[in-house]
Structures are given as C-alpha cells and as structure tokens.
Design a protein around this ligand. Structure first.
Ligand code: 6PG
Length: 476
C-alpha cells in the first residue's frame, strides 16, 4: 500500500463516475483518495481497485488530512445546491492555495459565482466539463477545464494521462477564463441533444416512412457509421438496434417507453443562446421534442382526432432514398455543430473567455459523447482561420454542404407530405435558408412593431430612428 504522503489527487462523490475517474488515475499509477459519506460507495471503490493505489474515506476530515502539500480535490456530485453544500463543508478543512475542481455539469453562472468567491478566499478553482459517461471516466474522458490557468497547469500532467487520446494527443486542454469550461461543456451537451434528435428522426423515417425492419435499420446505421457520419452516437445506436435481452426475440428498444427525460443541460444551452441572441434552432427543437414526448396521454388523444388520412407512402426506390437520407443527415449534422460553434463564438465576445475554437474541436474528437469523424473538418476550418465567425463560411464545408442541399430538400418535403415530424431536419434547412437570405422579411416585423407599439424602425436609405403614425395613411 502506498503511503498517505504520496496521495496526489482526491475526488468527492464516489458514484460510478467518481470511482471510475479514481480507478483511471490509479491505472496510470497516481495514488489517489476518494470521499463519500455513503460507506457502500467507499467499499465499492476498494472492491473495484486492483492497483492498491486508491484510498477511500467516509469521513471528510480524514480525507482532507490524507494529502500532503497542496491538495487537489475534484467534486463529482450532482450540479446545483449540493455543490455549494459540499463546498461549505469542505472549505474550513482546506488551506489557502489548495485547488478545487468542480467536475460536474454545473450551470456556468454558478461556476462564475463560485470562481469569484473562491478566488477571494484564496483557493484556486477550476470548473471542468467532463464528457464520456461512465465508460469515458474509466477509460479516457474528454475534459474541458476553465478558470484558474495556473492551477490547471499544476494538475495538467494527471489530466493529460487519464484523458482519451486522439493521434497520441490527450483530449483535455484549458478552455478559458472564469466559467469557460462549463460553458463549453453546456454547448457540447446542446449539440448532443441535437444529434440525438436527428438520429431519432432518422429512425422514424426508416421505420414509418420506408417501413424497414429493425435489422434493416441496424444495417443502415452500421453502414453510415463506417463512412463520413462515423460518430459515437451512431455507434451506440447501431448497438441498440442489435440488443435483445436474454431469452427475448425482439429488441429491448421496442419495450422502452417513448417519453424522453432530460437533466437540463440542453435547455440551458437554448436559454443561454436566447439570452445572447444567437439562433440555435436544432438544439431548441431537440429540447422541445423531448418535452413533447412527455405528454403521452395527450398525444394518444390527439392521434385519435387527427389520424393520417392517407397511407404513408414513400416515393421512389429505397436505395435512392437512403442515399438522400445520408446526405440530409450530413447536412443537418454540419448545421447542428455549426450552430453550437456559433454560440461559442458569440459567447466568447460577450464573456471574454479567450476561447480557442480550434482547440475545442480538437479535444471533442475523442472521449466525449459528440465525438465524430466530422470534427476533423471543424478543427481544420478553425486551424485555417482561427477568427472564422461561422463554419458555413469555410470553403471546404461550403463545398460538402452545397452538394447535400437537394437531398435535404427532398427528405424534408417527403416527410412533410407523409405527416412525419422531422423538426431537426427541417430546422437545419430553414436555418440555412435564413442565413443565406440577404433580404429577410424582418422589415415587415419592424413595421408591425412600430404600428401597434411605436417601437420605431430604421430605414435602408436614411440614417436615424423613425416612427410613423400608421393610422393616418390607412383610411381607417
Ligand atoms: C456527457 C453527457 C452527460 C449528460 C448525459 C445526460 O458528456 O457525458 O453529456 O454529461 O449528463 O448525457 O444528459 P440528459 O439527462 O440531459 O440527457
């Protein structure tokens, strides 16, 4: 057994995520400590640790005394009030100069508040997004730390070792100042919601549109995952379409209720984007459709009142349709990531985070839930032009996106004709058509606002702010 003096890192919260992170560190020969007031979790840590390098505590004072020198303590507890409660229990037991990391999915505004508060009290605080779920924590997550840069440099050797690696490079890097790490993680989750919604709409099109069987759907996802759409989310979807419980002849998927839950990070992304006036409609609709799914009895009642009047019938040859669908999915995926990156671009201006979009795309290539082959194109675009305002402006993205336009139009209009809801596919298309519109009908909205509320408007040809008494000219 390693002596207490060598302990270098501690985690509070020994749920599966916390235990797996500690075991990952122990695999890399770091002596680490874990604390959880639930003794069962502490026992589980000992049972799972084959290295003998972890030490578990159910007493917080003993835990904090097990370090020598500067302590580095990471909280992996549910976001919200619990983080504040743990901090107020922990702080009196620490010394100034100790490093505290919040590795949960905290709201970035909480992180900003805690960062300022802890800095004032003499502690180093890092708000760090951790992605990859339980398996990622064990085998290599993607980590998005932000806040105290010096403190990050102190702990970077451990984080670099335990992170996932892409081309021998770790998927962890300092994101930026203050709450940058949790902001980036929130946007990661927004993109995660968007991609999950797109995949589920694809499932609906394959099942109800093309009327494919589960094994055929499995093959479509499997094929896609071998090409340019390759991603972790498609990979697990392929697995889900092959998973039968022991002794069962049908997929477990078919026994799962069609009511999606959410912990809230997607909603935070949409709320924040609206506060910053950045449009991210695919993420918005992904949140809204999870919410819609919850109204099961209302959906059943409505479905009886408004049944499909004609049989769902897909035009053309299935193989041709599938190739259009692959292109449409590609188009929408580009749009989803682009909307997320645009939000990061704008937030960086507002919050002065000093984000590096190239680096963000780089660390998302491995370990995290939204890892995908396409991230190499995003990375390449920002590498070419670190100041790129929007991914649609990059030349190679423009080329591949342009090729997919006819396909997305076909897929969306076929779905609309057949009464199949594809809000993420159609939001990606409308977003695109809106963004390439140099003459939007927003002049009418301005006129209406001025008509009913004297909200004023600006003119194309004349400088200034105008108001018109619209009733004088309308013969009313
Ligand atoms: C990750 C995930 C994770 C998230 C879950 C659940 O990056 O590992 O984003 O942080 O909490 O995916 O999210 P919802 O419950 O909101 O779907």
């Amino acid at each position: 057994m390693i002596s207490d003096k060598q302990l270098s890192f501690g985690i509070i919260g020994l749920g599966t995520m916390g235990r797996n992170m500690l075991l990952n560190m122990a695999d890399h020969e770091f002596a680490v400590a874990g604390y959880d007031k639930n003794t069962k979790q502490v026992q589980a840590l000992y049972q799972e640790d084959l290295t003998g390098l972890t030490k578990g505590f159910s007493n917080i004072t003993a835990f904090t005394q097990s370090f020598s020198g500067i302590r580095t303590i990471m909280l992996l507890v549910p976001a919200g009030k619990i983080v504040d409660a743990v901090l107020s229990e922990l702080l009196p037991l620490l010394n100034k100069g100790d490093i505290i990391i919040d590795g949960g999915n905290s709201h970035f505004t909480d992180t900003e508040r805690r960062y300022k508060d802890l800095e004032q009290k003499g502690f180093h605080f890092i708000g760090m997004g951790v992605s990859g779920g339980e398996e990622g924590a064990r085998k290599g997550p993607s980590m998005m730390p932000g806040g105290d840069k010096k403190a990050y440099e102190t702990i970077a050797p451990i984080l670099r070792k335990i992170a996932a690696h892409v081309n021998a490079e770790p998927t962890v890097a300092f994101m930026g100042l203050g709450s940058a790490g949790h902001f980036v993680k929130m946007v990661h989750n927004g993109i995660e919601y968007a991609m999950m919604q797109l995949i589920s709409e694809t499932y609906e099109l394959l099942k109800k549109g093309l009327q494919l069987h589960d094994d055929e759907i499995h093959n479509v996802f499997k094929n896609w995952n071998e090409g340019r759409l390759q991603s972790y989310l498609l990979e697990i979807t392929t697995d889900i379409f092959a998973f039968k419980s022991t002794g069962e002849s049908t997929l477990l998927l078919n026994d799962i209720k069609d009511e999606a839950k959410a912990k809230g990070t997607g909603k935070w992304t949409s709320q924040t984007a609206m506060d910053l006036t950045v449009p991210i409609p695919i993420i918005d609709i992904a949140v809204a459709f999870r919410d819609l799914s919850k109204y099961k009895s209302l959906r059943i009642e409505t479905s009886k009142l408004y049944p499909n009047l004609k049989e769902v019938k897909y035009p053309g040859i299935a193989q041709e349709y599938l190739s259009h669908l692959e292109e449409a999915f590609y188009f929408s995926m580009v749009s989803a990531y682009s909307q997320g990156m645009h939000l990061l671009y704008q937030a960086n201006i507002t919050y002065k985070y000093e984000l590096n979009l190239e680096l963000i795309a780089k660390i998302w290539r491995g370990g995290c839930i939204i890892r995908a082959v396409f991230l190499k194109d995003i990375y390449a675009a920002y590498k070419k032009n670190p100041k790129l305002e929007h991914l649609f402006l990059d030349n190679s993205i423009k080329e591949s996106l342009t090729k997919s336009i006819p396909a997305i139009r076909t897929i969306v209009s076929d779905a609309v004709q057949n009464g199949i809801a594809v809000p993420a596919f159609s939001a990606s298309l409308s977003y695109f058509d809106g963004l390439r519109n140099d003459n939007m009908p927003a002049n009418l909205i301005q006129a209406q606002r001025d008509y009913f509320g004297a909200h004023t408007y600006e003119r194309i040809a004349t400088e200034g702010i105008f108001h018109t008494d619209w009733l004088t000219q309308t013969n009313k």
